[in-house]
Design a protein around this ligand. Sequence first.
Ligand code: FO1
Length: 316
Amino acid sequence: MTRVTLLAGGVGGAKMAEGLAALEDVELTIIGNVADDDEFHGLWISPDIDTMLYTLSGRINRDQGWGVADEGRRALDTLEELGAPVWMFLGDRDFGLHIYRSQRRHAGDRPSVITADIAERFGIKARLLLPTDDKVQTRVRTAAGWLSFQEYFVRERCAPEVLDLAYTGLADAQLTAEARAAITEAEILVIAPSNPLVSIAPILETPGLRAAIAEARAPVLGVSPLIAGQVVKGPADRMMASLGHRADALGVADLYQGLVQHFLIDNQDAALASEISALGMTPHLADIFMRDAEDKARLARHLVDIAREIIREHAA
Ligand code: FO1
């Protein structure tokens, strides 16, 4: 068994996790993103963590990439009738999870423990960790002012240009002991093909986490979320461009400079390989687009094979 620790958020992160979880010789630990969290109708919602829970337990709505399959909207209908804002779609099955999580948070349980308990109850074999138990929230500045992440992503459908990002609570957030240990004890560290600015940055910038990676003995591999300058899902490409980064695999590699040693890019981006090498990381070409379960497992296998080869070379 090889201990793999994956930093992941969003739909791309969940797909990578699904691929790694399918490998029988991998013991998978995921450090997820809590900065998309917000409160709706008095309940605490953790979208990225729930996408991971629903994906790994086979409940996910595959057409959307988030939420539960075979969902109902009766609770939301009642809220709408009562005049509550319902732009955030929360299905009936999903509401059950939010009630459970919120109740336990009110009782004083650690968010990390609640997450681990849900994962266990859902029959998930991988460990799902939080980078912090503290409240961290991404804020998005647009021409209309600062928005919460879900206001930008769901209510405004990612339409406004992103002028700035901020992560409230991050500078004072405490890294969980579990996340630190998962980095220290990993044999392979992987940065998923997630949005580097809103899914990975809030994990990476948890005080102490970058230092833990720098001290870790495991090789650090990243997978590009951008293929031929385009994102598979979400606003990463437009967000990167509006914030002054190159909106392609090279732009992502640039953000991970000094952290990632090996970077998987798509065959279509072969022309960027030499510039990625110049950043001090080794580019690896593959078909990284994950359409189905087979693609996810194939990419995960490829990633683990590359890492094992690096470990072998290092030992020799
Ligand atoms: N995404 C949408 O595009 N529209 C929604 O109404 C919506 C509701 C929602 C509810 C629960 C949940 O866990 C996720 C939900 N998402 C929705 C997805 C969510 O906004 C995104 O997954 C992220 O936060 C970005 O990765």
